[in-house]
Design a protein around this ligand. Sequence first.
Ligand code: AMP
Length: 194
Amino acid sequence: MTPISSLCVYCGSSRGSNPAFAALATELGREMAARGVRLIYGGGRVGLMGICADAVMAGGGEVIGVIPQHLQDREVGHTGLTELKVVDNMHTRKRMMFDYSDAFCVLPGGLGTLEELFEVVTWRQLGIHDKPIIVLNADGYWDRLVAMIDGIIEDGFAQPAVRQFFSVANSVGRLFDLLASPPDTQERDYPERL
Ligand code: AMP
């Protein structure tokens, strides 16, 4: 059984150029509905965001979207969700999404998705939370990110322990396996200096 009730999904407000990205967003949404896992996301109906939310709703699941007023027009707030919360600004949005979620999943996306990923990873690095963070890879999309982080560690700008604060899953099945038994982050071994 999946021991979480709400999963935050960060993903692109675009669909991306590879059809595998949309297929993965659909598969994730379907599986969340089937497992009774509520989707927490940015509330848009465009791109992978909308595709994932549609799949959860179509499967009879629950979706809570959180969108700032100024993005309602640009990202087109989804009107068919269980609940759409319209908030004042991006900070409130991200904080609310964080508070409502038991874990985080990152689908392919752009700069906004990266910003959201790095925020929850750096918050975890600082000990602000210990919620699982799983990067869901599609056709190797996130391989470059992992390589970049490995390079940052190699060049001495981050500790190797940073790699323990998120996991990479190559399938939706693996994502749920990781959520069911998150790897030991061995935070006790984390050096005093960040
Ligand atoms: P993107 O990956 O750029 O398509 O954006 C995905 C999501 O991230 C969208 O909901 C954006 O509103 C959000 N986003 C974009 N830029 C930022 C930012 N600077 N900080 C936080 N979220 C952002």
